[in-house]
Design a protein around this ligand. Sequence first.
Ligand code: ADP
Ligand code: NA
Length: 332
Amino acid sequence: VHTPRVFSGIQPSGNLTLGNYLGAIKRFVEMQNSGIETLYCMVDLHAITVWRKPEDLRRATREVAAGFIASGLDPAKSILFNQSQVPEHAQLAWIFNCVARMGWLNRMTQFKDKAGKNRENASVGLFAYPNLMAADILIYHATHVPVGEDQKQHLELTRDIATKFNNDFGVDFFPITEPVIEGAATRVMSLRDGSKKMSKSDPSDMSRINMTDDADAIAKKIRKAKTDPDALPSEAAGLADRPEARNLVNIYAALSEQSVDAVLAEVGGKAFSEFKPMLADLAVAKLSPIAAEMARLMEDTAEIDRILGEGATRAQAIAAPILEQTYDIVGM
Ligand code: ADP
Ligand code: NA
């Protein structure tokens, strides 16, 4: 029986978005207060599966940490750290490279999406990425991982690796980690295309609200967000075939911590010309204080590095004995 422990990672690969905030950071901060041990990791080893400028990577790593802290993460409660500073992740990933099967990784849809037609030229790291993700989770014997839809297949692979390792060596060592799936209301879609998730890797800046956007940028992006000509319905069922409208209502509900039905009871019948400014005001009210605090933290990078260094020490205190036991099981 494994003690409950939550692990999650965010790639330091560009601007944090409203999607990262509502779907990840805000939920992670809430979990830190649940009494369960929580580890949150800037996964820089994942970020370099595609080439990045070193200075961009360094900055993004600190900015994600700043985003967590500015959103209320308490580094004394949660363990906040940088993946590359705990080498046990990469060490366990090698063991898992030898446990996972080529066929398993060949079935990963995210690799197919990301590598596209250029498969021969994708990095080996991009292909093996799910094994490193399994190591990120299992090096802490994490029992629960909050994941988005797009990561469900990778978590399934993590469970397969844990099961095969346990079977191959006749042990009951790695836990079979459970997903904590985000609710529909916390899945934020692109402002330009209601069928795609809002992402920091989307080439169009108008498709996303960045956590560091100022009030004018937020208002402009919401004003220009794609919608349809109809007024808002008074019940959630009325949003069924209206992905863009549903997305804006979901964002409003998540930011105001109300159900979609409660929001629609308030705004049903309004035109988007009336609802969009309400949403913009709400987004600015929630995000501006966080953006200001992120900017303040980013002025003192030494302090961020100190917090991440302390987090890495605490993370390693859990990871090192688990790696040692793994080596022992394997015969090393
Ligand atoms: P991105 O896709 O922006 O690069 P990551 O893959 O690094 O983000 O995901 C970091 C975390 O943020 C994950 O927990 C993921 O589920 C969450 N997340 C990312 N985008 C969204 C979104 N549009 N809506 C909800 N959650 C999201
Ligand atoms: Na992603």
